[in-house]
Design a protein around this ligand. Structure first.
Ligand code: BES
Ligand code: ZN
Length: 456
């Protein structure tokens, strides 16, 4: 094991260079125009899987973006770890707020800065290098390893979900290892056992059949932007609760123990507010910030478009307005049920003077992973070793839509071994990843693979 650790330390600079090459491929899954880059990125992943000692590394085409699968089976006596990650990234706008071009990574202040540096290229790549280190040093791995790296996580993983149904035998494993979450704080190794689910909807309001002069028509024809704004404003009440009927019906009550455990975690609302530069935090009445983030559902408008938005002025009464609205969900809310209630509710709020279309973009189920099993214990120990501190267990507000499907169809526990920090700007301009976390992540993964090999 010592040789593997020193190999990782000795080769770390090369790993950073490789990660830069990975990041340079602009694999934005949501943009049609980036389709060829998605294929190129899948091929990059495939090559790196072979480098890591996989005996098989295949690209599976889907109705959307390709899935990359690789494996190295050492022995049927050994446990099998399935490593999941995603090679797709979020869009980069607004471009002018970046300090460097988003797909030209730079190293500064001990961090690597670029889109995907963290989410999820940097985080997932730790496992590629940990596995490769065993392979290069020992010519074999301490456990059987399968890699499942997809290109549609940021758009809901619907094709992976189908793939999983067809290929559960191929993907069979004893534990699912994922690095695509955050650490509780800098230097604090963290295993996340809960993720929120998501329901992402689009609401389009149509008024007149074309844009109109707002002088000749304003006041006599409904303005879709005004009406959409009114609808959105009615989606939350004054206590910060969503107004959709039945929205809270299936929400699991927070247990006393969990509530107390959350209270034990170091957290300051004041510092949290300062970090995002707001005077005051805001959320659902009756819950603490960590509770609001981790165990309570929310509703947010993620984007709104309509009318004239260029510099200057244009007096127009627009024909259409559109909003993207998402809801973060918690156990046992069902995104499919809520989608129906949402649509009904939106339609009930709209006046007859406009037409409203409601569409579902994607959804993912909330996750609570089991915490009492050998895999998690091995992972917590591994992270503690790598970071030199006791691992904490947290829940998180973000979503990884495939996790529930993976756990259910493979009947294996998921280990969310996050390496990001909430201030790393994932999904924002100037995304970055701490090189220290990159390195300690590789070490955590190596310790885990070694530790887990003894546990079955
Ligand atoms: N890595 C994130 C999920 C995440 C972020 C978990 C922060 C915990 C803390 C992941 O890549 C992501 O962004 N997922 C999307 C999923 C969605 C588009 C279906 C999300 O949460 O918005
Ligand atoms: Zn993401």
């Amino acid at each position: 094991m010592d040789n593997v650790i020193s190999h990782i330390e000795a080769n770390f600079n090369n790993y950073v260079e490789e990660l830069k090459d990975y990041i340079r491929i602009p694999s934005i899954s949501t943009l049609e125009s980036h389709k060829p880059e998605m294929q190129r990125c899948a091929e990059f992943v495939q090559k790196k899987l072979f480098d890591a000692g996989m005996t098989k590394a295949e690209i599976f085409q889907t109705a959307g973006h390709p899935i990359v699968y690789g494996e190295r089976i050492e022995s049927t006596d050994l446990p099998t770890v399935l490593i999941y990650g995603h090679y797709d990234v979020q869009p980069v706008d607004p471009l002018d707020l970046w300090n460097n071009p988003p797909f030209e990574p730079i190293i500064s202040d001990g961090k690597i800065w670029a889109r995907g540096a963290n989410d999820d290229k940097g985080q997932a790549y730790t496992h590629f290098k940990a596995v490769e280190a065993f392979y290069q040093v020992n010519g074999k791995l301490p456990v059987n390893v399968k890699f499942l790296i997809e290109g549609e996580e940021e758009i809901g993983s619907s094709n992976l979900s189908k793939f999983l149904k067809e290929q559960s035998e191929l993907l069979k494993c004893d534990a699912i290892l994922i690095s695509d979450t955050s650490m509780y704080d800098v230097g604090v190794p963290t295993i996340t056992y809960g993720l929120r689910g998501l329901l992402y909807m689009e609401v389009e309001v149509t008024g007149p059949n074309r844009d109109l002069h707002s002088g000749s028509f304003g006041g006599s024809v409904a303005n879709p932007i005004n009406e959409l704004a009114k609808i959105i404003s009615k989606l939350q009440d004054k206590n910060g609760k969503a107004t959709i009927p039945n929205f809270y019906k299936d929400v699991q009550k927070l247990t006393k123990t969990e509530r107390e455990n959350f209270k034990k975690l170091k957290h300051s609302d004041k510092e949290f507010a300062k970090e995002v530069d707001v005077k005051l935090l805001q959320g659902e009445a009756g819950f603490s910030t960590l509770e609001r983030l981790w165990v309570r559902p929310t509703l947010d408008c993620n984007g709104i478009v309509g009318g004239f938005t260029e510099k200057g002025a244009k007096t127009v009464l627009p024909s259409k307005a559109l909003a993207k609205i998402s809801m973060r969900l918690v156990p046992d809310q069902d995104p499919k049920k809520i989608a129906k209630d949402f649509e009904k509710h939106i339609k009930s709020l709209a006046p007859k003077s406009v037409k409203v279309d409601v569409r579902m973009i994607h959804y993912g189920y909330p996750v609570v992973a089991p915490v009492n099993n050998d895999a998690i214990k091995a992972a917590a120990e591994a992270c503690s070793k790598a970071f030199g501190r006791k691992t904490v267990f947290t829940r998180e507000g973000g979503s990884i839509p495939i996790v529930v499907d993976l756990m259910k169809s493979l009947k294996a526990p998921a280990i969310l071994m996050g390496l990001g920090i909430d201030s790393d700007n994932i999904h924002s301009p100037n995304e970055h990843f701490r090189l220290e976390n990159f390195q300690k992540g590789i070490l955590s993964s190596a310790y885990f693979l070694n530790e887990f090999s003894k546990r079955k």
